[in-house]
Each structure stands twice: as structure tokens, then as C-alpha cells.
Ligand binder design. Structure first.
Ligand code: KG4
Ligand code: ZN
Length: 340
């Protein structure tokens, strides 16, 4: 008897059309990502209507390729998993509809997955020994969460952003300094040539919660700096602004995270989401975790930004728990972590 569990997973919550096949949760047999970045670049951000239309155009091709590269057929799958929230409603609906159609036609069980749960589970792919409990910082375009992962599928949200998400701040600042979309990777690159101590941008503290984040004040400080330079007719050094802004974000994310890991008494800490691909954040957290004797886990950059393999990993643990979705599964744009 073969107890291997193969899952076809689909992700279309934002601007990546992705499908993957995973084996027993942690082995990636295929991971296909069609990125729409070039389409959205000229608008300076994701245009939801364009994203939905492109997902519709690409989704079947991406699923076919994921199955082909995995060496398996649809009928070999034990479950079909799909991100059903949070995300852009029109974008999510494309993946959800595709997954429901495949599940209905084959009778294979359907599992709706929370996008952030997927990001967290990306850590399991390359760290076969990692098991909960641990603390995870999820920093993406839409979220900045500090989460205690108590068990598979069991989370305690201990900190969140009060305004902009970290990735959103990267994207907005990048646009303001003329680097374009997506801001994160562009600031990461530009910052390598800049002086992180050139400008002293504020590190926002949030009243009443030591683990919550706020990035809108920092964003305004960068905009004020740019306006003042323009009024004085001074040239700004883009790389210095990028490096100083990045340092401020990295500093806050790092200090809140280390504080949480220590206060909650855990020994393991992981990062997830697009911003977790940031080279400076990875280096800084690695350094601080070493100093504090904390085991630090980070997915390879390809598993930090949106992908379907992470959805397959999350779905595996849901599958083992008996989670199944009905054919009435709907997109839930503001789905909360840990809720179904
Ligand atoms: O997780 P993700 O792919 O999509 C969401 O779920 O939002 O995250 C995308 C975000 C964008 O804001 C992007 O600018 C940011 O992650 N990002 C980065 C880096 N790569 C992507 N931010 C900082 N440094 C990077 N290297
Ligand atoms: Zn994401």
C-alpha cells in the first residue's frame, strides 16, 4: 500500500499565476510560476482587473505544466488545493473556480488554503526537520504579521501592522524615488550601492502594543525628505534614500521579532512572505538570531514570494487533519489567519 500523498496546488491571489505538485507536503515535484510583473510595471502597481484577466488566460497552461513536470497525471492526485483568501477577489476566483472544476470533474478532494498559512509553510519545504512551535514573521505586500505557530494550522497572531504592510511601504517608497514596481527587489538592489546611515528615518513604535508595526510614518518621512530636497533644488542620492529607508524597515522588523521570540520563550524563528526575500533583512536576522541563540529559518527567495508549492505544503497538513472544502468554496478577500 502506497501512503504517499500527492497534491496539486493552485495560487492566484495577486499577480502570480502558479501551480505545483508536492509529495508528502515537503517535497516539491514541480513549481510553476507565471509572473505578471511586466504587465503591471507600467501602472506602478498591480491592476486587479488586468491580474484577473491574465490569470484566466494562463491558469490552465500553468496547471498542465505543473502536472507534466511532476511526472504525474491529475488522476494521481490525492487532493486539489487552492488559495481562497486573502487576496484580490477577482484574482482569487480564477484559481478557486479552476480548482473546483477539476475536483468536481474527477471527484478528487478539494482543500481551500489560507494564503498566509501557505507563506508560513514555505519554511517546511527546505527545512525537513522544522516542526511547530515557533515564531514566524510574515512580511508581504499585504501583511506584516508576527505569528506564533503553535501547531500545524494553529496560529496565534501577536502583532500586525496598524497601517501599511512592509512590502507596501517598499513599493510606495520605490515609486516615490523613481525605481518603479515591484519596489522590494529594486530597493534591495539599489541599497547595496547606498549608505544606510546617510539619512536618519524614524523607527515607529506603536502605542499599546510592542509587537504591532506601523510603516506609514516612515513612508511620509521619506516623502517629506524628497519634497524638501526638491524645494531646495538639491539632488537626492537614490541609493542612499533606498539604503536608509531599508535600514529603518529592517531594524523595526528585526527588533520586534527578536523581542517576541525571547518574550514568548521560543527557540525557533522563521520568516515568510515577499519581504523575507530581502537580503538585508535576512542578514540582519541571521546575525541577531546567532547572538541570541535562536535557530533561524528562511525559505529560499523563490519560496518567499508567491508560489503554489507553499500552498501544497499547507494543504498537506490540512489534508492530514481531515480538512475538506465543498464545491461552494468561495474567494474570501479578507480571510483571517486560522479561520475557515
Ligand atoms: O508575498 P508576496 O509575493 O505577495 C503578497 O502576498 O503580497 O509579497 C510581495 C511583496 C511586494 O511588496 C514586494 O515589493 C516585496 O514583497 N518584496 C520585497 C523583496 N522581494 C519582494 N521586499 C523587499 N526586498 C525584496 N527583495
Ligand atoms: Zn503572498
Amino acid at each position: 500500500m502506497n501512503n504517499d500523498i500527492k497534491i496539486l496546488s493552485i495560487e492566484s491571489s495577486c499577480d502570480e499565476t502558479a501551480a505545483a505538485v508536492t509529495l508528502n507536503g515537503r517535497e516539491v515535484l514541480s513549481n510553476i510560476i507565471y509572473s505578471q510583473i511586466t504587465l503591471h510595471e507600467e501602472y506602478g502597481g498591480v491592476v486587479p482587473e488586468i491580474a484577473s484577466r491574465k490569470h484566466i488566460e494562463k491558469i490552465n497552461q500553468v496547471i498542465d505544466r505543473a502536472l507534466k513536470e511532476s511526472g504525474h497525471t491529475l488522476r494521481d492526485m490525492d487532493a486539489i488545493a487552492v488559495t481562497y483568501g486573502p487576496g484580490l477577489v477577482g484574482a482569487l476566483l480564477v484559481g478557486v473556480s479552476a480548482a473546483k472544476a477539476l475536483a468536481f470533474a474527477t471527484g478528487i478532494p478539494l482543500i481551500g488554503v489560507h494564503h498566509i498559512e501557505g507563506h508560513i509553510c514555505a519554511n517546511y519545504i527546505e527545512n525537513k526537520e522544522l516542526e511547530p512551535p515557533f515564531v514566524c514573521l510574515v512580511a508581504s505586500g499585504g501583511h506584516s504579521h508576527l505569528v506564533v505557530v503553535k501547531d500545524h494550522g494553529e496560529f496565534e497572531l501577536i502583532g500586525r501592522t496598524r497601517d501599511d504592510a512592509a512590502g507596501e511601504a517598499f513599493d510606495k517608497v520605490a515609486r516615490a524615488i523613481g525605481l518603479g514596481y515591484p519596489g522590494g527587489p529594486k530597493i534591495d538592489k539599489a541599497a547595496r550601492e547606498g549608505d544606510p546611515d546617510a539619512i536618519d528615518f524614524p523607527r515607529a513604535k506603536v502605542d499599546g502594543s510592542e509587537y504591532d508595526f506601523s510603516f506609514s510614518g516612515l513612508k511620509s518621512a521619506v516623502l517629506n525628505y524628497l519634497n524638501q530636497a526638491a524645494m531646495k533644488g538639491e539632488q537626492i542620492v537614490t541609493a542612499d534614500v533606498a539604503a536608509s529607508f531599508q535600514k529603518a524597515v529592517v531594524n523595526v522588523l528585526t527588533e520586534h521579532s527578536i523581542h517576541a521570540v525571547k518574550e514568548y520563550g521560543y527557540k525557533k524563528f522563521a520568516i515568510a512572505g515577499g519581504v523575507a526575500a530581502n537580503s538585508s533583512l535576512r542578514d540582519e536576522l541571521d546575525k541577531r538570531c546567532r547572538e541570541e541563540g535562536i535557530e533561524f529559518y528562511r525559505p529560499s527567495p523563490i519560496y518567499c514570494t508567491d508560489n503554489a508549492a507553499m500552498i501544497g505544503t499547507a494543504a498537506y497538513y490540512e489534508y492530514l487533519k481531515g480538512t475538506r472544502s465543498g464545491y461552494d468554496l468561495n474567494a474570501v478577500p479578507a480571510l483571517e489567519l486560522g479561520k475557515r
